[in-house]
Design a protein around this ligand. Sequence first.
Ligand code: KMH
Ligand code: ZN
Length: 302
Amino acid sequence: MSKIIITCAVTGSIHTPSMSPYLPVTADEITQNAVDAAAAGAAILHLHARDPLDGRPSSAPEHFMAFLPRIKQATDAVINISTGGSATMTLDQRLAAPKLAAPEMCSLNMGTMNFALYPAADRITEWKFDWEKPFLENSDDLVFKNTPRDMAHVMEQMGAQRGARFEFECYDVSHLYMLRHFVDRGLVQAPLFIQFVFGVLGGIGPDPENLTHMKLIADKLFGQDYTFSVLAAGRHQIPLITMSAIMGGHVRVGLEDNLMISRGVLAKSNADQVAKIRRIVEELGREVATPTEARAMLHLKG
Ligand code: KMH
Ligand code: ZN
C-alpha cells in the first residue's frame, strides 16, 4: 500500500470557543497548532481563519495573513486553504484569502446541502459569545451553497488561474457524480484527491457501510485516477479514518472535525490527534507520507 497522507484541519468554522479552551482562534494559536501538527506527522494543513477578538469564523485576508507566512516559514507542510469558509459566508468572501494567498491546495465542496450542527450542539453548556447562539440556531435554516456555477468558479479561479489542486469535499455519493461531471467537462484533472466526509447532518451518515459504498462508486467513476481520504465528525472520527487507513485511503484529523482525543476528554492540541492517528496507522503497517511525498502523489505545484 502507498504511504498515507495525514491532513490536519486546525480550527474550521463549526466549533465555538466555548466548546473547548484548546480550539485555536488567534494567529499565534493557529500557527502553533499548525506547526506542531506538521511536526507530529501531518503532511497537509487545512486552514480556516478566525477573528481573534471573539473566535468567530473570518474570511478577512488579514486574519489569514497573520498566520500563513509564519506557518510556511516554520514547516514544509502543504498549505491547504478552505474555500468552504463557513456556510454563513458568500462565495466571494470565501475566496478572498485563497485568491490572495494562492496556496498549493484548497478545498472544494461538491454540492449544495443542509449543514446542521446538531452533532456538536450537545456539548455546548454555556454561551460565551453573543454571536454563537444565533450562529448555531441558524443552522436550522442554514444552506451551504455550492451550485455547479460556484464550483466551476472555484475551479477556474483557484485551479486554472492559480495552479492550486483540490481536496474535493464529498459529503454524499451524489457529490462523486458531480465531480465526475467536472472531470468530463475538463475543468479538473487526475490525480484527484477526494475527501469522503461523514457525519455532517445533511450529508451521508457515519456508518462503515457508507464508506465501502463511497469507495465502490468512486472506483467505478474514477478508476486509478483518484485517491481518497476520510474525515468524520466528532466521535466518528477515529473509527472511520482507521477504516480508511485499512482500505488504502488517507486520513484527516484536527479540531475542525472533532474536539476530543478520546471519550469525554478534550484534545489539548491538533498535534495530539495527529500523533494518535499516526500511532494507529503505523501499527496497521502503513507508512506516513512526508510533505514532499504528498506533493509528488497529488501533483502539487510545490
Ligand atoms: N468542515 C468539514 C465538514 C471546507 O473547509 O471547505 C468540511 C470542510 C469544508 O473542511
Ligand atoms: Zn474546512
